[in-house]
Design a protein around this ligand. Structure first.
Ligand code: FAD
Length: 278
């Protein structure tokens, strides 16, 4: 059972509960990005089961006519079992997404997975003419070169600061360096993307202000993406005049995700606790 303390950050344990959360979000003018929680499977049967669950989810999103896409983690659909397992399941999920007109995002995991994830994105983005998106991380030193390569690829690119503790030979370790790299990347994307849409995956008010400034200068399409349970008031305010997506995790494996949110910011724990007590 999903504990009340976790339900600020996780929509539900099951698919109907997750879809009902999206229905409410859509009423507030916010689109959804559903993520079935799960990662690092070393048994191909687990990867296949979650890939099947994503296909069922895509069918349900279409049936309920929701403004919602999905986001999958490579290691959830088999990357730890082999590149071929991941690529086969991703093919199936993207096919279902194209059939049902549901956009498919690929989350980015640690730096050892970047090459295979970006190649898979590029292949599917060109094949579907932009029905998929990928996340790139500002803390990785390679990302500037990666997005230069993606300049004329259709689809969407989500820019985030990076959630993984990477070694210093590949990553910026200081917050100030990551913030500067993030600014540099989104500036480049606004200036240079010819076919893709920029997705800003950040809660940072300075980033959001800066993007609004860029948008006054460039016509590049863009959207904001924020996590469920984080700056929800700001999400609703932004949605009055921007495309806003809420990333919504769900599923029985909610416990480790919830603890990650609490660990990264003590205010999250207090917020969750207050919600339970009130
Ligand atoms: P930070 O740099 O952490 O904080 C900057 C400022 O933002 C803070 O000072 C505060 O003002 C505000 N803020 C931040 N968090 C909170 C909060 N909880 N409550 C109130 N204010 C807050 N990472 C990956 O590595 N791979 C992915 O695929 C990925 N997908 C993501 C998808 C989405 C939609 C989002 C939003 C994030 C994703 N991330 C992903 C996580 C990302 O890399 C960052 O770790 C995370 O977003 C924190 O960085 P930030 O820019 O939001 O703000």
């Amino acid at each position: 059972m999903l504990l009340p303390i976790a339900n600020n950050f996780v929509a539900a344990e099951d698919q109907p509960g997750a879809l009902s959360h999206i229905d409410t979000l859509n009423d507030d003018g916010i689109a959804g990005i559903l993520n079935l929680l799960g990662e690092h499977y070393d048994d191909p049967a687990d990867a296949a089961a979650d890939a099947d669950a994503y296909i069922e989810l895509i069918e349900a999103i279409d049936r309920h006519d929701l403004d919602c896409c999905v986001s999958v983690k490579p290691s959830q659909i088999g990357l730890d079992c082999g590149d071929d397992v991941f690529l086969t399941h991703l093919d199936r999920i993207v096919d279902a997404g194209t059939t049902h007109d549901v956009f498919v995002w690929i989350d980015m995991e640690d730096y050892t997975t970047t090459d295979v994830t970006l190649s898979a994105f590029e292949h599917h983005a060109r094949k579907t003419n932009g029905a998929v998106g990928v996340c790139v991380q500002a803390n990785l030193k390679r990302t500037r070169e990666d997005i230069e390569r993606l300049t004329d690829v259709p689809g969407k690119v989500r820019f985030v600061k990076g959630a993984y503790d990477e070694p210093k030979h590949v990553a910026y370790k200081k917050k100030s360096e990551v913030n500067e790299a993030y600014r540099d990347l989104i500036t480049y994307a606004f200036e240079s993307f010819t076919k893709g849409k920029v997705a800003v995956g950040s809660h940072d008010p300075e980033v959001i202000d800066y993007v609004e400034e860029l948008a006054r200068t460039y016509d590049t399409p863009y959207e904001f993406q924020l996590l469920m349970g984080v700056r929800e008031d700001a999400q609703r305010e932004l949605a009055t005049d921007h495309d806003v997506y809420q990333y919504v995790p769900y599923g029985p494996k909610w416990m480790s995700y919830f603890y990650r949110r609490v660990r990264e910011r003590k205010e999250n724990a207090l917020f969750a606790l207050r919600a339970v007590l009130s």
